[in-house]
Design a binder for this molecule. Structure first.
Ligand code: PLP
Length: 450
């Protein structure tokens, strides 16, 4: 019998080369330290100056954002989220998983970012603003030294009504881009996969956004969106798999995080490393943040990506080195998960290559555990996240309790430093979820015995 080939190799050959694949293909939870971490420089064409440029652009737009989204008035139009210690949740995790953290576990609350309630309010909104600036300056409506509150005017809205923005999305990216584009006056189309939630489609339609639905998964929605945009020179397609702008929008988070930690009296250095745990879909959000964090903290930051056991596309891309040449389905996995923000079967090569040597590792988490964590966080801290956004919580547990996690600590000479280490969990979404939907998630958690 000839067994099926996966990128020129049989499953047996793959497993022989990477024994962890045996667990991955059975949708077991795994913790995978990246052997390429800090081995050499990643292939990348982006620099720290590019991140600074993005940060400056967001500052130029801040007066406009504060004007049209009054919920950002407090931060003067800068779209940013707080960091919270979560001591009660920490105690529950320590007990349940028999681990101990010396410092407070920290939660980065991108779930409560203004405007669209997810990490996509960083990358998605940034790319729409950048495009608006390009169109406006091409038509001599604006220059960088002028007051950007002018973007909130009929003159600008009339200009943008001749232009279209489109995007393929599992949901949250569509929300960010739809809301921002509609506010500026662009025509906007969101191509959505079958797993996108009904309330997200309804919300977008209520804002005048055209929503096109596909029976299949996220990759198909992106392909269709890209194809339709190619035929229209006035349409800007926001390409989640290849966009440098999205990536840079996410990267800006890092310098602000450094400032926030400083205010909390937390410095990151050789004696006090920072571990960060980020839920990962296609890779742009966590990848951009990781790129930014390494620009700020260098080798003193350790970033781990979390994926559902049925959708570990980033892990497979890194492990095999094949990036977007393979999908989770090629390895027999379903890409079915309730973590809709992470239901991505094929990763981004651009992101995978750019952060190949900055990524500390990946791990996977089963859906039931996401709901259990959702329940525990709600019960202990009264913080409600969407299932995807809980994936980060399992990282510190796995790092401390799995042999592969302990090997990472040893290999990078961190054993003596763990007492001073901070663990920061990136909560990536949840605040926009309607209450009755959230109640359903919580009930599901109540029925799970983890
Ligand atoms: C999009 C998203 C992510 C991951 O971002 P990618 O850029 O797809 O890797 C994580 N959590 C939530 C809630 C998201 O919406």
């Amino acid at each position: 019998m000839v067994s099926k080939l996966i990128a020129d190799k049989t499953m047996e050959q793959w497993v022989k080369q990477h024994p962890i694949l045996e667990e991955i293909v059975y949708a077991d939870e795994v913790f995978w330290p990246n052997p390429a971490y800090r081995m050499e420089n990643s292939k990348n064409t982006l620099t720290n100056a590019d991140i600074d440029d993005a940060a400056e652009r967001l500052k130029r737009f801040a007066p406009y954002i504060a004007k049209v989204f009054p919920e950002t008035m407090e931060t003067e139009g800068i779209i940013e989220s707080p960091i919270k210690p979560i001591r009660s949740m920490q105690r529950v995790m320590e007990q349940k998983y028999d681990v101990a953290f010396q410092k407070d576990l920290l939660l980065k609350c991108d779930s409560h970012l203004p405007i669209s309630g997810s990490i996509k309010a960083r990358g998605g909104i940034y790319e729409v603003l950048k495009h608006a600036e390009e169109v406006a300056s091409k038509h001599h409506y604006i220059s960088v030294d002028q007051n950007y509150t002018q973007f909130d005017s009929d003159t600008f809205r009339t200009l943008f009504s001749n232009y279209e923005i489109s995007v393929g999305s599992t949901g949250n990216l569509g929300l960010s881009i739809g809301i921002m584009s509609a506010q500026l006056g662009f025509k906007v189309t969101v191509h959505m996969s079958a797993d996108a939630k009904q309330w997200k489609k309804d919300l977008l339609r209520s804002k005048g956004v055209q929503v096109i639905e596909y029976e299949s998964d996220y990759s198909k929605a992106v392909i269709e969106g890209r194809k339709q945009a190619e035929n229209n020179p006035r349409c800007h397609f926001i390409d989640d798999e290849n966009s440098r702008n999205l990536f840079l929008g996410y990267a800006v988070a890092a310098s602000r995080l450094k400032e926030q930690l400083h205010v909390m009296n937390i410095e990151v250095n050789a004696d006090q490393p920072l571990f960060v745990y980020l839920p990962c879909g296609v890779g742009g959000g966590p990848g951009g943040v990781t790129f930014g964090l390494h620009a700020e903290f260098g080798e003193h930051v350790h970033c781990f990506f979390a994926e559902p056991t049925n959708s570990p596309c980033f892990l497979l891309g890194q492990l095999t080195g094949l990036q977007d040449k393979i999908s989770v389905q090629d390895f027999g996995l379903s890409n079915q998960t309730d973590a809709d923000g992470l239901a991505v079967g094929r990763t981004s090569s651009f992101v995978g290559e750019t952060i190949r040597h900055l990524l500390s590792g990946c791990y996977t988490i089963q859906d039931a555990r996401l709901y259990a964590l959702l329940r525990d966080l709600a019960d202990t801290e009264d913080i409600f996240l969407e299932p995807s956004a809980l994936a980060g919580f399992y990282g510190p547990v796995q790092l401390m309790s799995q042999q592969s996690g302990r090997n990472y600590i040893k290999k990078h000479n961190l054993t003596d430093k763990m007492k001073q280490a901070h663990h920061l969990i990136w909560a990536t979404g949840g605040n926009m979820v309607p209450q009755e939907v959230m109640q359903g998630y919580y009930e599901k958690g109540k029925n799970i015995n983890i």
